[in-house]
Unconditional design. Structure first.
Length: 304
């Protein structure tokens, strides 16, 4: 096994010295208040050990990382019908883009752009009477961490400015690809994005995807085929129009969020979460991307 404690320490030191440049996501007022200088990383191994550096126990808003968890909850009970409503191709466009929906007749390119995650929320609303509480229970169960919670003030602040997500929903509804009430979907989506977790929480949660869909105790949440597909989607679509760059520099399936978090997995070996709020122009954590690049370089361990 690589010497993870010293590798994480040196990554932490390099990031503090380099301070990769970025800007906070201010379009969600609740995220604009976060202290930008924080950096944390947690690596969780297949044998169950956690290695930590920096602000790895500080909770932050996971934002779009939640899209992987929403899809996992949906896929845990549903089959291939999901893929009639949302595609599996990289979009090559920003996370909140509207352009492709018009000529692709309301079918989003993939479940990790906003339009796709909104369709996943629509499907979940059709399956559960109280999807907010079912989703939180699902995340608590797969992480094994009962204190994980929603940050209601972040959810509310996003809901108040959710014009673009409402536009995506209305356009898809016009094409017949949204079945539930648009306001109920926005409410559920913003709440799901507001989940608050630390790097340690997130690395443990993503152990499910490292472990091919099986929880530590042996319970199967996703079949091996479904876990493979979710990892493949993270690899090709997890970073929007920067997915190629992430594969090129880091070489792990992963997912970012505008709260500055990134979760990634090396199937069979480790899950890792990193957090630093300032974002690069594509909306991905600048220091987070750099830290994960250093991790796969220093350990010599990417999926490639
Ligand atoms: N809640 C955010 C939004 O819908 C999530 C975006 C992200 O993290 N990339 O804009």
């Amino acid at each position: 096994m690589p010497d993870y404690p010293s590798i994480l320490q040196s990554i932490h030191g390099e990031i503090l010295a380099e301070r990769p440049e970025g800007k906070l996501a201010t379009y969600i007022p609740g995220l604009a208040k976060v202290a930008p200088d924080q950096f944390g990383i947690c690596l969780h191994t297949a044998s169950g050990e956690d290695f930590l550096a920096g602000d790895s126990e500080v909770p932050f808003s996971i934002q779009s990382i939640t899209k992987v968890l929403l899809l996992a909850m949906l896929a845990s009970t549903e089959g291939d019908s999901i893929w009639q409503r949302v595609g599996v191709e990289p979009s090559g466009n920003p996370f909140n883009s509207l352009v492709q929906l018009e000529y692709e007749k309301g079918i989003p390119r993939n479940p990790f752009i906003n339009a796709g995650a909104l369709v996943v929320c629509d499907l979940l609303l059709g399956l559960y009477d109280d999807p907010e509480s079912n989703f939180l229970k699902f995340v608590q169960r797969i992480s094994g961490i009962p204190e994980i919670h929603y940050d209601r003030s972040v959810a509310k602040s996003e809901r108040e400015v959710a014009y673009r997500n409402l536009a995506l929903l209305n356009l898809m509804k016009d094409f017949g690809n949204i079945h539930q009430d648009v306001d109920a979907i926005i409410r559920f989506y913003c709440t799901a994005c507001s989940i608050s977790m630390s790097c340690r929480h997130l690395a443990r949660t993503f152990a499910l995807f490292m472990n091919h869909g099986i929880l530590d105790g042996g319970e199967e949440i996703l079949s091996i085929n479904k876990a493979k597909r979710i990892n493949a989607l993270m690899q090709t679509c997890g970073f929007y129009d920067e997915s190629g760059e992430f594969a090129f520099r880091v070489g792990l399936p992963g997912k970012s969020g505008v709260g500055g978090g990134i979760a990634a997995v090396h199937p069979g070996r480790y899950s890792v979460a990193v957090w630093s709020p300032p974002l690069n122009p594509k909306g991905n954590s600048a220091a987070g991307l750099r830290a994960l690049e250093r991790l796969t370089d220093l350990t010599g361990n990417s999926i490639f």
